[in-house]
Ligand binder design. Sequence first.
Ligand code: FAD
Ligand code: FES
Length: 253
Amino acid sequence: MYAAGDVANQPHPSLRVPGRIEHWDTAQRHGRAVASTMAGRPTALQSTPYFWSQQFGSNVQMYGRPASGDEFVMQRSGSDEKPLGFWTRGGVLAAAAGIDRPKELRVAKALIEAKLRPPAAVLADSATDLRGLLRGLVPLSGPLKWVLVCESSALIEDEGFRMATSPPVSIFLSAGELFCVDDTCTHETYSLADGWVEDCVVECALHMAKFDLRTGAVLSPPATDRIRVYEVRVQDGQVFVRIPATCRREDTA
Ligand SMILES: Cc1cc2nc3c(=O)[nH]c(=O)nc-3n(C[C@H](O)[C@H](O)[C@H](O)COP(=O)(O)OP(=O)(O)OC[C@H]3O[C@@H](n4cnc5c(N)ncnc54)[C@H](O)[C@@H]3O)c2cc1C
Ligand code: FES
């Protein structure tokens, strides 16, 4: 008995448990794998799941299969508003999806298959050369750099200070401690610097997700993914933060 396409429930490296991948591309590949198996060459379909769809004049594509618990990173582009998102699982790139971004997504497929571990800040940066990442030209270790933020006297207790970097980070003074975290809420990309701060917790002003400023952990939905935290130090009355080297200051570019 052989099964192919939507009805076939198969073990697959991209799935945590056996499952069905209901898309045209898989159905076609299943057909070839089953035919090959029937002809005496046993073939297991293990290629990266893929689908495309044409919706309202836009091309939607996805490689890989996201799962609950994956970390999601949205690439924040400047003039180009077309979205490109990545899911990592245990740090390894597991899936990518985008709208009208076929070139980048084809590279993302190769990145997924290479089982690379790109840091979230690298994926989030629209200036990242994805092909360079594949060829090892972009450092994966995520080098950090110390950056001057402001005079410590400029920070106000329980108020966020948004730093003009891409991607943005924010500095908070709460309960006498300084914190630096990703500024973008992982729920729907609202600025956390505008949030409500109390007892080292920031509450997003848009839908009230809460994050622990010490660890970046989600304390309250609707966000499910943590934010990253960065080192802060004060020297001679000036505040410095240690952020990914890929973070560019927008005010000095
Ligand atoms: C509305 C819709 C939109 C979709 N959009 C996309 C998309 O944009 N991108 C994408 O990748 N995928 C999309 N899909 C999914 C994609 O269409 C399916 O994954 C793919 O067609 C599955 O192919 P298949 O050969 O496994 O099954 P099917 O294409 O369903 O073929 C099964 C065939 O078996 C026949 N059949 C059933 N029972 C019997 C029987 N007893 N005897 C003989 N014949 C029988 C059926 O009539 C049918 O022709 C969409 C699906 C739907 C329903
Ligand atoms: S955007 Fe922050 S909770 Fe919705």
